[in-house]
Design a binder for this molecule. Structure first.
Ligand SMILES: C[S@@+](CC[C@H](N)C(=O)[O-])C[C@H]1O[C@@H](n2cnc3c(N)ncnc32)[C@H](O)[C@@H]1O
Length: 290
């Protein structure tokens, strides 16, 4: 398979996964994307009147709080490769009465947008899906007006954990299970191809500087993820990166994993009955170097 074909296949799979997840995405009473999106917006500080682009906006966890802060004088554009996500994001903006927002289906790796027409580019848990995110960062720098900023989040990646899950799950998902994933999705391949540059703050800073940014700030802070029960978390995990694992595990292995996770998470339930655990999140902000 050529690199172009592999990239196209990968993007088709990512698009299908998020189209399939859109109807229930972030709506299963499991808190994660919404608090993370709000925290990213707090750190990136959109100002009244600014023009904001949110890459991989999903249902608007970052886009909508940013749109509220920039007010009627500002404008926010959310782009996502999954049409079902964009449709739901549009409905959500309408439901919340937010009128300074536009949403469009677009590949965020190659944004077809005019140069220098944004003040802030955001992307929460989305640049991690771009096959060549470092090259995309340079395109985002071009989209920014002088002094413009970027802000994005990623997991705090480590080599030995399932790519999108916190360390808590390392003991629950034996590495042998990950062999059921297609080769491109093996953690070491995902890591090498997509995530290695995000792991070491020095590499990440170098990637941003090479792309035309300066004043890089990298801040790791956990989001407290909560869920009504272990079972609810497992249902939710079918709408996330872990969907890939569920899709590829043989039935018996999937059933055993499901039980193991439910038991471990239910053991974390607090007095209010909710499961709570910390997910390390990396918040990255920078300013274009002109
Ligand atoms: C984990 S979700 C995060 C969504 C949202 N930012 C949030 O915090 O809830 C990742 C999003 O990135 C989108 N995405 C993945 N690859 C993309 C690409 N090449 N261009 C634009 N969006 C992409 C997915 O469709 C999905 O909506």
């Amino acid at each position: 398979m050529t690199t172009e074909t592999a990239t196209a296949t990968y993007k088709t799979k990512v698009t299908a996964a998020f189209n399939g997840a859109a109807a229930t995405y972030d709506r299963l009473d499991v808190e994660f994307f919404t608090p993370m999106g709000s925290r990213l917006v707090e750190r990136a500080r959109p100002r009244p009147g600014e023009r904001v682009l949110d890459v991989g906006c999903g249902l608007g966890a970052t886009l909508l709080p940013a749109a509220r802060l920039i007010g009627d004088e500002g404008s926010a554009l959310g782009i996502d490769i999954a049409a079902a996500m964009i449709e739901e994001a549009g409905k959500e903006a309408e439901r919340q009465g937010i009128t300074n927002v536009e949403v469009r289906v677009m590949d965020g790796e190659y944004p077809d947008l005019p140069a220098r027409c944004f003040d802030l580019v955001l992307g929460s848990y989305s640049v991690i899906f771009l096959p060549d995110a470092r090259a995309a960062l340079a395109r985002y720098a071009d989209l920014l007006a002088d002094g413009g900023r970027i802000g994005f989040t990623s997991p705090v990646f480590t080599k030995d954990t399932f790519p999108f899950l916190p360390p808590l799950f390392t003991d629950l998902i034996p590495m042998s299970l990950l062999e059921h994933l297609p080769e491109a999705w093996h953690p070491e391949n995902l890591h090498r191809q997509l995530h290695s540059w995000l792991e070491d703050p020095a590499d990440l800073t170098a990637a941003l500087e090479k792309a035309g940014f300066t004043d890089v700030e990298i801040h790791d802070e956990p989001v407290v993820q909560t869920a009504p029960s272990g079972e609810a978390w497992v249902t939710w995990s079918h709408t996330q990166g872990m969907r890939l694992l569920w899709q590829h595990l043989p039935e018996a292995e999937a059933a055993a994993l499901r039980e193991r996770i439910i038991t471990a998470l239910d053991a974390l339930r607090g007095e209010d009955g909710r499961v709570r655990f910390e997910v390390p999140v990396r918040y990255v902000t920078a300013r274009v170097a002109r």
